[in-house]
Ligand binder design. Structure first.
Ligand code: RB5
Length: 148
């Protein structure tokens, strides 16, 4: 697994905490910024992280994107074909996002969630595996939704 992590100014502090945790725990992780509180537009960072996931040659690449609420980057990421982004605020949903939805991107809010809970959510997300079976059929239906 390789993890690509990014944030806007609303999420950079939490992103840095999560990045440090991942490095300290020997995950393969690439920090795509931002690195200070410079104001950016969150859809740009969401697209950057999602493209890194989709273009990755690593096995089982994942994205983690943090904005103020997690909402803007989640909406943005889910516009991209091949991305299934889950905005998560609890550990059970984090596990389900993997087991049932095969989410390849996790989003959270830097202004809505504490660091310790965010780390536990991230751990739940990273440690759960997609169950396949009937869920594979449903996820395939998600991936095939194309409406104007
Ligand atoms: C930026 O101020 C803020 O709008 C952004 O981080 C995010 O919360 C959007 O959903």
């Amino acid at each position: 697994m390789k993890i690509y992590i990014g944030a806007d100014q609303g999420g950079v502090d939490l992103k840095n905490e999560l990045y440090n945790y991942l490095k300290e725990n020997a995950y393969e992780v690439e920090d795509l910024g931002i690195y200070d509180h410079t104001s950016i537009d969150y859809p740009d960072k969401a697209v950057e992280v999602c493209h890194a996931v989709l273009n990755s040659e690593a096995e089982d690449p994942r994205g983690i994107i943090i904005c103020g609420t997690g909402i803007g980057v989640s909406i943005s990421a889910n516009k991209i074909k091949g991305i299934r982004a889950a905005l998560v605020t609890d550990c059970f949903s984090a596990k389900m996002a993997r087991q049932h939805n095969n989410a390849n991107v996790l989003t959270m809010g830097g202004r809505t969630i504490g660091v310790e809970l965010a780390i536990e959510i991230m751990r739940s997300y990273l440690n759960a595996d997609f169950e396949g079976g009937r869920h594979a059929r449903r996820v395939a239906k998600i991936d095939n939704i194309m409406e104007n």
